[in-house]
Every structure is written in C-alpha cells, then in structure tokens.
Ligand binder design. Structure first.
Ligand code: PMP
Length: 439
C-alpha cells in the first residue's frame, strides 16, 4: 500500500472535527461516526486501500468497520474500481432502465432462492421502509413486529422501542416520530419464544409482517436461535404474516447465500417471505434492494397498488460496483477463506482475553464478528447492554491508539475483508494483548 506523508499538524483530526461541527450537525452525516458512545475525537479519513484507512494526520489503521459492512473485498479492489470507472464514463445516471440492473437482480436471485424478484433502491433504510409498505399492501394488514436491538433503518414506523407490557405497541425512539405512526409496531424481545407466541395468540390476524435481523449486527453480534427461528417461521405461516429478513448487514457477508442459507441448512425447507439487502450488494456505493416471491413483488408499482420509486434507484455506477463485488465474492473458496480469517481474529481475541484474565465472549460468521466483555454470549438486547461498557470503551481507544479501528460502540458488529492478511490479524492481536493488559 502507498504510504501517505507522516503526521501533518495543520490537518489534525481535532481541527477537522471543529470545522465540520460548525457546518454539519455534530460534525458527521451519520451519528455513530461522532464517537459519542466511546468519547474522543473521530478520525477524519483521507484515504483507504485494502484493509487500511489513513486519517488526515497520515496515521494508518487496520479497518474492521469496512464502511459498516460493504467493503468485503477491502478498499480499492482493482476489478471493482475498473467497473466503477467504466460505468462512470458511460454515464452517471439516466433515469431509464439499463441491462446492468437486470444483471444485478439476477446475481442476487442466483444466490438467494427465496427471492424471485428484487427492486433496487439506494439505502438500507429505503429498502426496509419499502419492504414494510409492500408487506402491509400485500397482506392488507397494518401491524408489524420487530425485535428490541434490531435496527432496520430510520423509517418512522421502525424507530420504536418496547412498550411497558408484553405485546403492547411501542414508543418512538426518536423525537419527531408521532406516537400514532408507531401505534402499529410491536416490539418483542429477541430470542424469546414465549413472547412471540403470546403476541401471535393475541394479534396474529393483524400482523402484516415480522421483520428481523437473522444475525443481529446492531446489538453487536447476536444470532437468532434455531428454535426461535423455527417457531417464528411456523407462526408467520400459520397466521398469514410475512417473515421479512433484514439482511442489509448479513446479506452476502455471513455467507454467499446470506444468513437465510445458514438457517435453511439447520431448519428443513426454511425460507423467509421477503428479504432486504444493502451494504455488500453495493460494494461501497449507495445501493440496496428488497425482494421476495413474484406474487408479493407484483404488488409493487407499476404492476400493483403499492407505490415506491427513486430517481437514483439502480444507478448505473452503483450497480456496476455491486455487480463487480458480487462477481468477486462468488469465486470458489472466497467465503471459506474469509470465514477462517475472521474466526482466527475472534479466537485470537478470546485467547488474549483469557491470558489477561478478562471475561470475553466472541462469535463470527463469514466475514462478520462480535466480541463482548462478558462471560457468555448475550442472547438479547438487555444482555448486550449489561456487558462491560467501560471496558469496551477503554479497549476501543487503546486499540485505536495502536492503529486498529474497531466499531466505536459496543452494540456494533465488526467486519473483516478479503484483504486482511494473517499479519494484520497478528498485529491486531498484539495490540489487543497490550490493550487488555492496560486494563
Ligand atoms: N438494516 C440493517 C440490519 C442495518 O444494519 C442498517 C444499517 N446499518 C440498515 C438496515 C439501514 O441501512 P442504511 O444505513 O443503508 O440506510
């Protein structure tokens, strides 16, 4: 990798942050980037290549965020860059259909048997919001179920926390969301079969869909248990509710067939009814998608009564980027290698923690991982929030000081790319050894 000139005091992160804060709320265009959870000054990034980021001071970091998931090939993969550059030269946006959009749709469908048709959009939020509208339109029902700790983007109806009682409707988690807008959203505890059964018993006939992150990456890394997922599928089928997998994070990241392929291996015949994708399918450009059976997707405009649209939907440059990315990750052995590297990282972290006498629980699937300062892996949001936050924050900064960039909040998953080498993992574990001993 091309090294950048060393530290330039004129362009410090502190100065960049001060400048940004004057003109951008909190200095950032997405809240978690501001380091509020961990404290300190966010790093302003100038450039990335492979597994590395360089900040404005010229400092290098091993990147375990990967733009929060998309950069599965690492930064600046030559085939991806070529595809993007070629597409850009042919035109940045047309507002008319292209063959590449069908090609990307085919590439997604080829790996995900539950999806017969997809529509491309520009962000995970948009995809989740549209999937929700479609599920409501297709079922003629209003109620929806989500789980505490899962994030599905910032559409009003999905910014909801649990109500006081079981299966009561939730409360907005954001100002500006009227209570009436979330009155149809039920929030249940993740991995709690009893609550799920009670919710369906009480309101099953009203539920349009259940939206779930099959491996929840917005509460660090929590898998939906197989008994929970099995029961969820049964209840949805029995009550005519659609099961919507939010695979914005897990899609083409935990396996080529996404998280649903893992559950299909464990639960005979398992498929969700609809799926939402983002991140990896855009390879770092603004692109996301939602899809499902031909019947459900036929409810969408222009075929059906559910309206959804986008000026930049299926953008040719983003589509080319996504296609090139999917082509690379479809190569034989890609996921085995990525999964092994990611496993080496989390197993190594666990070993360092053990040596240091620090409780740590770890998990990974494909190129996605989580680690908790706790003796056991949490199974739901309250358990995640009960892990040692102070220690996480100290560890985060100790790692950052040593050139390792982890997600700046304990409720975020981490990502390894195909460009992370054994040496990068070893350097990360050496940093972790020092950081853990520091306290
Ligand atoms: N769903 C999940 C599971 C996500 O992790 C995210 C974003 N982290 C979203 C939806 C929203 O995607 P976007 O940020 O592209 O709007």
């Amino acid at each position: 990798a091309r090294e950048l000139p060393a530290v330039s005091t004129e362009r410090s992160n502190v100065q960049a942050f001060e400048r940004a804060q004057r003109v951008i709320p909190g200095g950032v265009n997405s809240p978690v980037r501001a380091f509020r959870a961990v404290g300190g000054t966010p790093r302003f990034i100038r450039r990335a290549e492979g597994a590395y980021l360089w900040d404005v001071e010229g400092r290098r970091y091993i990147d375990y965020i990967g733009s929060w998931g998309p950069m599965i090939l690492g930064h600046g993969h030559p085939a991806v860059l070529d595809a993007v550059m070629k597409a850009a030269r042919d035109g940045l946006s047309f507002g008319a259909p292209t063959e590449a959009e069908a090609e990307l749709a085919e590439a997604i469908i080829a790996q995900v048997p539950s999806v017969q048709q997809v529509r491309l959009v520009s962000s995970g939020t948009e995809a989740g919001m549209s999937a929700l509208r479609l599920a409501r339109g297709a079922t003629g029902r209003s109620a929806i179920v989500k789980f505490e700790g899962c994030y599905h983007g910032h559409a009003d109806a999905l910014l909801v926390k649990a109500g006081s009682g079981l299966a009561t409707f939730g409360h907005p988690t954001s100002a500006g969301v009227p209570p009436e807008v979330v009155q149809h959203t039920m929030v249940l505890e993740y991995n709690n079969v009893g609550q799920l059964e009670q919710a369906f018993a009480e309101r099953g006939h009203e539920i349009a869909c259940v939206m779930i992150e099959p491996i929840a990456g917005n509460m660090n890394f929590v898998r939906a248990s197989v008994p929970f997922m099995t029961r969820l599928r049964e209840l949805c089928t029995q009550h005519g509710a659609l099961l919507v997998f939010d695979e914005v994070m897990t899609g083409f990241r935990v396996a080529l067939g996404s998280a649903q392929s893992l559950y299909a291996r464990l639960i005979p015949g398992f498929q969700p009814d609809m799926s939402v994708f983002g991140k990896v399918i855009g390879g770092g450009m603004p692109l996301a998608a939602f899809g499902g059976s031909r019947d459900v997707m036929a409810q969408l405009a222009p075929l059906g009564p559910v309206y959804q649209a986008g000026t930049l939907s299926g953008n040719p440059v983003a589509t080319a980027c996504g296609l090139a990315t999917l082509r690379e990750i479809s190569r034989p052995g890609f996921f085995d290698a990525l999964a092994a590297r990611t496993r080496a990282l989390v197993d190594g972290l666990a070993a360092e923690a053990r040596d240091a006498g620090v409780p740590m629980a770890v998990d990974s699937e494909g190129g996605m991982f989580g680690f908790f300062f706790a003796a056991d892996l949490p199974q739901n949001y309250p358990a995640v929030m009960a892990t040692d936050k102070e220690r996480f924050n100290r560890f985060f900064h100790a790692m950052l000081d040593r050139g390792v960039y982890l997600a700046p909040a304990l409720y975020e998953a981490g990502f390894v790319s195909a460009t992370h080498t054994e040496a990068d993992i070893a350097a990360t574990l050496q940093a972790a050894r020092e950081a853990l001993r520091q306290g």
